[in-house]
Design a protein around this ligand. Structure first.
Ligand SMILES: *Cc1c(COP(=O)(O)O)cnc(C)c1O
Length: 221
């Protein structure tokens, strides 16, 4: 199947209210262009050194989502260039994004990444840390950053009941934050679900799925 027909098939299976991020990391610009020509506009990249050259070569109306661990020394180089940074995993990073956005005169849209999976390797806030963050209303200090929701990953396992429990926990946390801070504006995104687990994620209330392999095929790192 071509990239274009995969995009079309995936999109037509998404319920209303669920958007698609085409995760294009490790794939060349020509393949992204194929997806673009099939109507795809949101692309996800996980490395700054790969994102920046792709921004230069590809059409200007692409919405770039940064989905990887963002090192603090790379923040300045992507401020003003992304549509959404999905992977903010510490208050230190959040405060730095805010300072750099203020300095650049832009507003940066972000998701806070939550860690619920069994693997220690996955980064992010714990659910308790996020609850604490919103209860303390520290988000009110942000001047040039808009928190649009949360992003998370399920445990990498064949045990679908564990995957379902992880996604349910992420969605429950999102709903809880709404209760804690009902005045939060534009807090409407729950990014969860990848190639192998997107159906379960959607059943659990995802609004944004991030799909790489099922669109572009396997990555060669
Ligand atoms: C690579 C990646 C994906 C896409 O994974 P696939 O299994 O290829 O669909 C989604 N989210 C994040 C954060 C990723 O790093």
């Amino acid at each position: 199947m071509s990239i274009a027909s995969r995009i079309t098939a995936i999109k037509s299976a998404l319920p209303q209210g669920v958007d698609l991020v085409a995760v294009s990391k490790f794939h060349p610009a020509e393949q992204l262009l194929e997806a673009y020509n099939a109507g795809q506009r949101i692309f996800g990249e996980s490395r700054v050194q790969e994102l920046l050259p792709k921004i230069e070569t590809l059409p200007a109306d692409i919405k770039w989502h940064f989905i990887g661990h963002l090192q603090t020394n790379k923040v300045r180089s992507i401020i003003g260039r992304t549509s959404l940074i999905e992977s903010v995993d510490s208050t230190r990073l959040l405060d730095l994004i805010d300072a750099e956005s203020l300095r650049a005169g832009v507003v940066t849209r972000v998701l806070l990444q939550v860690h619920v999976a069994a693997e220690e390797t996955k980064t992010g806030f714990s659910p308790d840390e996020l609850i604490q963050y919103f209860e303390s209303r520290r988000f009110e200090n942000l001047q040039a950053t808009h928190i649009c929701g949360i992003m998370g990953m399920a445990t990498n396992t064949d045990d679908t009941s564990r995957v379902r429990a992880d996604f349910a926990a992420i969605r429950a946390l999102f709903d809880r934050i709404h209760t804690i801070a009902p005045d939060l504006r534009g807090f409407d995104t729950v990014s969860m679900g990848m190639s192998d687990d997107r159906d379960i994620a959607i059943e659990c209330g995802s609004t944004l799925v991030r799909i790489g392999t099922d669109i572009f095929g396997p990555r060669s790192y």
